[in-house]
Design a protein around this ligand. Structure first.
Ligand SMILES: NC(=O)c1ccc[n+]([C@@H]2O[C@H](COP(=O)([O-])OP(=O)(O)OC[C@H]3O[C@@H](n4cnc5c(N)ncnc54)[C@H](OP(=O)(O)O)[C@@H]3O)[C@@H](O)[C@H]2O)c1
Length: 254
């Protein structure tokens, strides 16, 4: 029996990268996982990984930028399980033309909806279920760009991820009296498919030195397994070989 046996976890962005690793890690602790992303095929791959590890999951595809789609999935979770104990609010995206010089209103909307509005929709959908049980953990994937604005990540992404950090802290401020805990995870560079959208391509050797999906997935598992009387409000996780630091060291030497 794992420490999350009997719990239901909804993991968004579960078909790849951090979400996939978190889903597998939580399943290994005994939670039943609801897997969401827009594409079914990658979610089915995650479900197969969970099955192989002896865990339980189900695939519920949907576009989380659409509030109605989020409400529908949350209602299905409530109907089937009567609870959602853990939300891993992880789905996110970025764009290639991210600098102000190239940013279009449509791309700004995509990045803000895909990282911030979607996170709000999922949060508002699960809180009523958590309040009912006076228990619940929300873990949101923001970014280091959600702490320090980053031109590498782009203005729209930085602004949206700052919003996710603020969202998480306000959940604790209001919902602590209901036994609900919220943690915002701020990763630096993690070797996942989102990096394929970087304007300057990243080499396989550079990806190897970065944090890996499993590193962040394990952190999410740790936060989800904390005892109910404590919360880790915010955590940053970075590769030791931090390319930002290394670049500034090199600038300092020249
Ligand atoms: N990798 C990094 O360096 C890094 C650093 C800091 C923060 N992050 C954040 O970490 C989170 C996970 O990203 P990742 O790095 O693991 O990259 P990823 O592999 O691209 O994962 C993002 C996932 O989100 C899903 N998704 C995107 N938009 C969605 C939508 N509208 N509705 C439903 N699902 C959606 C994608 O699946 P579909 O395309 O099938 O929908 C995909 O599985 C993101 O929030 C990202 O911003 C990543």
């Amino acid at each position: 029996m794992g420490s999350l046996t009997g719990k239901v976890a909804w993991v968004t962005g579960a078909g790849s990268g951090i979400g996939q690793a978190a889903a597998v890690a939580l399943a290994k602790e005994g939670a039943t996982i609801v897997l969401t992303g827009r594409r079914s095929a990658p979610l089915k791959e995650t479900a197969a990984m969970i099955k192989k590890a002896g865990g339980a999951s189900e695939v519920k595809p949907g576009d989380l930028m659409k509030a109605a789609a989020v409400t529908k999935i949350a209602k299905e979770i409530e109907k089937k399980y009567g609870r959602c104990d853990i939300l891993v609010n992880n789905a996110g995206l970025n764009i290639l033309n991210r600098q102000w010089a190239k940013l279009t209103p449509a791309d700004a909307e995509l990045v803000i909806d895909g990282n911030l509005a979607s996170a709000f929709y999922c949060t508002t959908a699960v809180l009523p279920m958590m309040r009912k049980h006076k228990d619940g953990v929300l873990i949101h994937t923001s970014s280091v760009a959600g702490k320090v604005p980053s031109l590498l990540s782009g203005p729209a992404y930085s602004a949206a991820k700052h919003g996710v950090v603020a969202m998480s802290h306000t959940i604790n401020m209001e919902e602590c009296v209901n036994g609900i805990r919220s943690c915002v995870v701020c990763p630096g560079e993690v070797a996942t498919p989102i990096l394929d959208k970087r304007p300057v391509p990243i080499t396989p050797a550079e990806r190897k030195r970065m944090a890996q999906s499993e590193d962040v997935g394990d952190l999410i598992r740790y936060v989800a397994c904390l005892p109910p009387h404590i919360v880790i409000n915010e955590v940053m996780i970075n590769p030791t070989w931090n390319r930002g630091y290394v670049a500034s060291l090199q600038r300092g030497k020249s």
